[in-house]
Design a protein. Structure first.
Length: 336
């Protein structure tokens, strides 16, 4: 261990000398030698090498959002809450079985099955895998819940270990005889492959499905540069592709919705609400009790890719003629 860190020894020895004097220098190598013989030293080195990552993220958050504990998703107290625990536990568990089949649940039994089979070293590895999986899951059980199972992607870091642990458990349960064992493994492999292709069939339509973000951005880019877009799913893409100012409505509490719109109106900025097809009812449910949303029942001002709806709230409806010609004039020939 000591030769590995030899390039850093002069600095460490200089630090010891500054703190403890000349004689302290001679303590450096023996101390490192003693630490190298312990697991504590390895754990310390491992932990120290991890520190640059979170420190860098904290510094970036502090620079962009004013606090190391605030990100582009909001503050910790707005995105985490105890009331989300049961909802997320049920949803993630259900989605996991739906997409990976009950086979994935074998990972939970892996440490016990392997230990019973006398494979103690592998059992310990399986237990570590479960601890890691639990750690990843705990990060999101209190997180803002989502209704679409595509957010299983949050658990992707845990997938490899879950699948390996499940495979190890199946290896214990499979018949010992050669031919039945081969048949068991082949059957499960084919079943999982077919199930995976069927569950992931929408992936083959992703290109067309995701193209709506660019289409909406092209439309937004043709609107006034000082316009503000109240959106959610499209907030990032409108900023990135159209260079327009956006406000995520999920962080705009109902009790300040009306006053926020009034402030935007008095600022003179054109205001558009941009909603994906699936977001309209979510928007209505969030603000119907505090504002008149009858405009949601009327035709949208603009439609991109047949499923992204632009509603112009300001200037008023009667003044839309001052905005729409600009869109028609600047819209690319191939159009969304």
């Amino acid at each position: 261990m000591v030769p590995t860190y030899a390039p850093g020894l002069p600095l460490l020895m200089a630090a010891f000398k500054a703190v403890g004097g000349e004689t302290a220098v001679y303590l450096v190598v023996p101390l490192l030698g003693a630490l190298a013989l312990t697991r504590v030293w390895r754990a310390v080195v491992f932990g120290v090498t991890l520190l640059p990552g979170p420190i860098a993220v904290a510094a970036i958050n502090n620079h962009l959002y004013g606090s190391p504990f605030t990100s582009g998703y909001g503050t910790i107290d707005t995105i985490y809450a105890g009331r989300y625990f049961v909802t997320n536990l049920v949803r993630y568990s259900t989605w996991l079985v739906e997409t990976q089949t009950p086979f994935i649940l074998l990972a939970v039994a892996a440490p016990f099955l392997l230990r019973r089979a006398g494979r103690l070293a592998v059992s310990r590895l399986a237990l570590f895998a479960l601890i890691f999986v639990a750690g990843v899951l705990l990060l999101y059980l209190w997180y803002t819940p989502y209704e679409d199972r595509e957010f299983l992607r949050l658990l992707l870091p845990a997938y490899p270990l879950m699948l390996v642990a499940a495979a190890a458990a199946f290896d214990v349960l499979a018949p010992a005889a050669r031919r039945p064992r081969a048949a068991a493994f082949t059957s499960v492999a084919v079943l999982l492959a077919v199930w995976g292709v069927w569950e992931g069939r929408q992936a083959f339509l992703t290109r067309g499905y995701e193209a709506r973000y660019r289409a909406a951005a092209r439309m937004a880019a043709a609107l006034p540069e000082n316009a503000l877009f109240l959106s959610n799913l499209h907030s990032g893409s409108l900023r990135y592709y159209a260079h327009r100012l956006t406000l995520r409505f999920e962080w705009l509490a109902p009790d300040v919705f009306v006053s926020a719109l009034e402030q935007i109106r008095t600022s003179g900025r054109p205001l558009f609400v941009v909603l994906d097809e699936a977001e309209r009812e979510t928007f209505r449910a969030q603000y119907a009790a505090v504002a008149d949303l009858s405009w949601l029942d009327g035709p949208p001002t603009l439609i991109a890719a047949k499923r992204v709806f632009f509603y112009q709230l300001w200037p008023p409806v009667d003044d839309r003629a001052t905005v729409l010609p600009l869109v028609q004039k600047d819209r690319p020939a191939h159009g969304p």
